[in-house]
Design a protein around this ligand. Sequence first.
Ligand code: 13P
Length: 250
Amino acid sequence: MTNNNIYFIANWKMYGDLSSLNSIKKVISLKKQKKFKKAKIVYCPPNIIVNEFIKYTKYTNISVGSQDCYFIDGTGPYTGNISAYQLKKLGVNYVIAGHSEKRLDGDTDKLINKKVLNILSNNLHVILCIGESLKDKKNKKTLSVIRKQLSTCLKEVKKSHKIIIAYEPIWSIGSGIIPSPKELDKTIKYIKQFLSKKFKNNKSKILYGGSVNQKNINILKNTKGINGFLIGGASQTSNKFIDIIKKTIN
Ligand code: 13P
């Protein structure tokens, strides 16, 4: 873990409604404490409540993100889709791209690259998710899969300061299983090397995601070179989310 800001990004996936706003009250008060100044908290709720989250967190230091955007930017006749441009106008600061659950819907690295470019051209932070499947892991292909994802998804990207890479092994998401410290160190080191080679003055950040919870956080927080966590299930209950933040920053 680095000594700078530490990200705690809550990916609420397809959970939550207006009543969920209540559950972030406690997180807002936690964030007000000086001790948690370096905790960068970002909520990515479903788009139906993004606007309410923006209003609710307006005078706090908590940011709001979206879980995805369309691969075409601006506005147009694209039923059911939302562009990075529209999210920017709404007041969103972060957008996730390439989550493995969106890859299951058909998002390819090439398509994700278009989303990444749109997100960055709107001056938003992109949270780019990468990670190997269980099969890749068993075939010892973790690093080559990651290299391919990074090089295609970041094609034509020139600046790194708004890039957050979330390493989320697919087999770890929602399973309660996390990589061993040795495995994780090796993969994070590889990602860091890739980014340092790609960007001259590399300012990108790296997060870990996949079954982060109040128990394993004590192990995960010791991972070298990471700047925080992308958290699914455990971020939807404020007590669990707070516990994770407190145990990381103590
Ligand atoms: P879980 O924390 O529920 O495993 O989800 C991780 C994730 O997919 C965050 O984007």
